[in-house]
Write a protein that binds this ligand. Structure first.
Ligand code: 5AD
Ligand code: SF4
Length: 429
């Protein structure tokens, strides 16, 4: 979501005639697109903003702007301006489109701007300018905001309520991306499964998937993120029936303990979640399932954490994003008693070790088999090698040159090393 938002910022700047540059010393304008989902993301953003002070001294005409969800927290906009007076423009998540005006105003009359619209349900913008930076993958927003209010999460406060784009507009953008040659299109939303609920025109995520899957061309469709309470059988059926929708589902569970799930306001139990996983595995046997996991949530005891480890062993995720719970001011969980940091650290180490064992075991299952891979990029630090993903979302490195980028190729997996798969091009299918 943030990467795509940065592409929209870059789209506005490109339209204004700016070019991307490698070094910040060469920049005429620096825009920070911030995230406040966890404390460390926020700290990093503030550290980076602090680091431009010296650039502004060297080059007073440098324009600095801060955007992204961090600015949308209570009082954050003014706070930023006071603590970092060399920041010229502060924009809330719903004010991004005003960047051009703010830059013009600054250039014409040296007027600085802080524009943060508290509106919970801003209008959904169409025809935004986007400067795409993700190779053969294109991100496509299908909705914005979130209605779920998980008790740990700041997102509904900083991004407002769910707003879905009209299906016809999404389909038009999808077709245009296919025409432009993108080989993978990822549908984006905080909770894609509740797509359309706010539209009152009968649209829903299953129908949207069905429609985009009919669009001609050789390309892949991915989506994220799904909420376990809303992922239904219709969606699972459509994935299983549509060869161009990847067999890859990101289904964040957060915790394996019913007690903790209730405290988190997640609206499902571990049993319900495992039933959904069974339904996925029954319909899409080779589905790559990934998740988000959190440890150290208030009231998490050793037995709750054991329940999380148990879910990890039962589901066998191909990979997992693991987080230590981070207190977010203004959320319900911030009022709850907090866990000692060393307990959380111990749990996350054990959780990562458990998941790594599973990833390694699943990786071995790929050896000797042939997969269709979309070649995405040159391999990092490996001359003469390229990399790309299988339909199930696993990254594979293989020998080849960069002319293969954007091509679908068959790769035989020879070797695996933890999460990494290594293979060679083959004619085999
Ligand atoms: N602390 C730690 N992790 C969080 N996430 C969201 N809020 C927090 C928080 N306060 C994680 C969840 C979510 C992912 C995007 O970020 O696991 O699924
Ligand atoms: Fe945050 Fe929960 Fe919404 Fe995800 S579903 S963005 S975790 S409130």
């Amino acid at each position: 979501m943030n990467i795509h938002e940065s592409e929209k910022i870059a789209g506005i700047l490109e339209y204004m005639g700016y070019l991307a540059c490698e070094n910040e010393e060469d920049a005429d304008i620096i825009v920070f697109n911030t995230c406040c989902i966890r404390d460390n993301a926020e700290k990093r953003a503030l550290g980076n903003i602090g680091a431009v002070k010296h650039l502004k001294k060297l080059k007073p005409e440098l324009i600095t702007a801060v955007a992204g969800c961090m600015t949308q927290q209570d009082g954050a906009g003014l706070n930023l301006r006071n603590k970092y007076p060399y920041v010229d423009i502060v924009l809330g998540t719903n004010n991004l489109f005003e960047l051009e005006n703010c830059i013009q105003k600054l250039k014409n009359s040296k007027k600085k701007s802080v524009l943060i619209d508290p509106n919970e349900r801003p209008e959904v913008l169409e025809n935004e300018k986007v400067y795409r930076t993700s190779g053969c993958n294109a991100w496509l927003n299908i909705m914005y905001g979130c209605n779920n209010f998980c008790t740990y999460c700041i997102v509904p406060y900083v991004r407002g309520r769910e707003r879905s784009r009209k299906m016809a507009n999404i389909i038009d953008e999808f077709k245009s991306l296919v025409d432009q040659g993108y080989k993978e299109i990822t549908l984006l939303g905080q909770n894609v499964n509740s797509y359309g609920h706010d539209l009152d025109d009968g649209s829903n995520f299953a129908k949207l998937l069905e429609e985009v899957a009919k669009i001609d061309g050789k390309h892949r469709i991915r989506f994220m993120t799904s909420h376990p309470k809303d992922l239904n059988l219709d969606v699972i059926d459509i994935i299983s029936q549509s060869p161009n929708i990847c067999n890859n589902i990101h289904l964040p569970i957060q915790s394996g303990s019913n007690k903790i799930l209730k405290l988190m306001n997640r609206h499902y139990t571990r049993e319900y979640y495992l039933d959904t996983i069974d339904a996925i595995k029954a319909k899409i046997p080779d589905c790559g399932i990934t998740t988000d996991l959190m440890v150290g949530f208030p009231y998490e005891e050793e037995e709750d954490f054991e329940d999380t480890l148990d879910i990890v062993r039962k589901v066998k995720y191909s990979s997992a994003f693991t987080f230590i719970y981070s207190v977010r001011k203004g959320t319900k969980a911030a009022q709850m008693p907090q866990i000692a940091p060393e307990v959380s650290k111990n749990r996350i180490t054990r959780l990562i070790a458990e998941q790594n064992k599973i990833t390694k075991e699943l990786s071995r299952g790929y050896e000797g088999k042939v997969f269709e891979v979309l070649c995405e990029d040159v391999a990092p630090k490996k001359e003469g090698f390229v990399c790309g993903r299988t339909d199930s979302g696993r990254m594979v490195t293989f020998q080849g040159d960069k002319s293969l980028i954007g091509e679908f190729v068959n790769v035989k997996i020879n070797k695996s090393q933890s999460a990494s798969l290594f293979g060679e091009l083959t004619e085999e299918k």
